[in-house]
Design a protein around this ligand. Structure first.
Ligand code: 4AD
Length: 455
């Protein structure tokens, strides 16, 4: 009853409060501000209450004294409630610590939305060591945590840095369709859908569409979701991932490799130097080293020798022989031992996609490349494309595809062919490497994989 007598009222004689986001607290020292956000942490003791406020753009500690601390709303405050606080931002005295080394001395506050307490309390929903599948059921809440939110801040910086790189290199962004009636990376991983009574698929890769843009727009790229009904469910496979793909005209295979090297060194340096993402990467992956040019270039056949010399077997537990796929386990072991980026090149025709160009000096292998990074392995796949019309038509048929579904791709080599190539970057895999996450599931906002399509 005594608590109910305490009324929190704003002192109207104080200077008008300036509305700010928490990312700009440092620009507003000694200023009376109004901030709004979620209660990230909360403690109350001896007539003092401390709220660590979070608004997605930053964190700020607010200190409540006097009636503000004693009021019923403060006694009943819960984590994840939303509040509005007014007060002055001060530098913290020596020896005290809080985010940004500052503190908001509150003179007024109100609760906007009170989050549940007891059984339904936030901390009961999101328990740190809970089963991963339970945490995924609560993904909308776990996203609020410091780790996941940091990954998605880094992701945003990565996307913007990649777009900047593409702009600098003169590429034009396009948006190819998600609903398609062709395959790119093999029939076994297609998600089928009923398209007004016709069979259609969710796209596996926008590559073929990008190829058709070259004569119209020049070098192009896209950021598009790709979908794979993957049978192998490993820590680096998702059913839906953000595929950043680019296609470049009139290049050689060597140009393609150089371009990839430039992309990774430029983009990663930018992200690590970004004022928001940089410190978060430090926090998530303190030992991260920015890759430097030149990358190690290794041909597939030399990788087989390397694997055999190091006693790493193929999927049947035997020594590697020409034509074997270097599957995830072996590939990752090799990358981890070598410990730096690798451009693995010239894969055999049989284990690669139908559209890949054969090497002029050895028709058993293709002008193909995988970019491998420690801890994840393959984060990018690319190649030069067949640009000879007859050869392309033959490759389409050999793959068992119906030319009448692929006439538009074949036309590229008919109406002015060009040597060209491109690649696809797996966004979540790049992030797993950059942020040192065990699985790509931690790098996708709402990850999709076998048995999981919600929330
Ligand atoms: O190697 P992939 O299958 O290549 C293509 O799709 C080409 N058509 C791309 C192109 O040349 N335009 O896929 C490219 C990259 C892989 O290196 C990997 O990083 C990522 O996409 N990726 C996946 N990421 C998460 N889950 C999956 N199931 C993935 N499949 C591929």
């Amino acid at each position: 009853a005594e608590l109910d007598l305490i009324k929190i009222e704003e002192d109207k004689s104080l200077p008008q409060a300036k509305k700010i986001k928490l990312r700009s607290v440092q620009d507003n020292l000694q200023t009376r501000v109004v901030v709004q956000g979620w209660v990230h942490r909360f403690r109350s003791q001896k007539g003092l209450a401390f709220i660590t406020l979070r608004d997605g753009s930053g964190f700020l500690q607010a200190v409540l004294t006097g009636d503000l601390a004693k009021a019923r709303i403060t006694q009943e405050l819960t984590l994840e409630s939303t509040v509005l606080i007014k007060g002055v931002i001060n530098k913290l005295p020596e020896g005290k610590s809080a985010p940004g080394g500052v503190e908001l001395v509150a003179d007024y506050y109100e609760v906007i939305g009170l989050a549940p307490s007891g059984e339904e309390a936030f901390t009961n929903k999101v328990q740190e060591n809970a089963d991963p599948s339970l945490l995924l059921d609560q993904r909308h809440l776990t996203l609020r945590g410091e780790t996941l939110s940091a990954v998605f801040k880094v992701r945003a910086a990565l996307m913007s840095s990649i777009r900047k790189f593409f702009a600098d290199e003169g590429l034009t962004e396009v948006t190819p369709p998600c609903m398609v009636q062709t395959q790119v990376e093999g029939g076994s991983t297609l998600f089928k859908l009923d398209y007004y009574g016709q069979e259609a698929f969710l796209t596996q890769s926008s590559q073929l569409y990008l190829e058709t843009c070259l004569p119209a727009l020049g070098d192009v790229y896209c950021v598009q979701e790709s979908f794979r009904a993957e049978k192998s469910h490993t820590r680096r496979h998702l059913s839906e991932f953000t595929h950043i793909e680019s296609e470049l005209a009139f290049i050689t295979f060597d140009d393609l490799l150089n371009h990839l090297e430039r992309l990774y060194t430029y983009v990663i340096k930018q992200v690590v130097e970004d004022p928001v993402a940089g410190p978060l990467i430090k926090q998530l992956n303190p030992n991260f080293v920015v890759p430097e040019m030149p990358f190690l270039r290794m041909q597939y056949i030399h990788a087989l020798d390397w694997l055999n010399e190091h006693g790493i077997p193929n999927e049947d537990g035997e020594a590697f022989k020409f034509g074997d796929d270097i599957a995830e386990a072996a590939e990752r072991k090799m990358t981890d031992i070598i410990g730096k980026p690798i451009l693995l090149t010239r894969f055999p025709v049989e284990i690669k996609a139908f559209y890949m160009k054969k090497c002029a000096d050895d028709p058993r292998v293709t002008e193909s490349v995988d970019v491998l990074m420690p801890n994840v392995g393959e984060i990018t796949g690319g190649s030069m494309r067949i640009d000879n019309h007859d050869e392309l038509v033959a490759a389409i048929k050999k793959e068992g595809l119906d030319l009448k579904d692929y006439y538009w791709l074949a036309d590229q080599s008919k109406y002015g062919s060009s040597p060209h190539g491109g690649y696809g970057l797996g966004t979540e895999r790049i992030l797993a490497w950059l942020c040192d996450r065990f699985t790509v599931r931690d790098c996708s906002l709402y990850p999709r994989f076998t048995g999981r399509c919600k929330p």
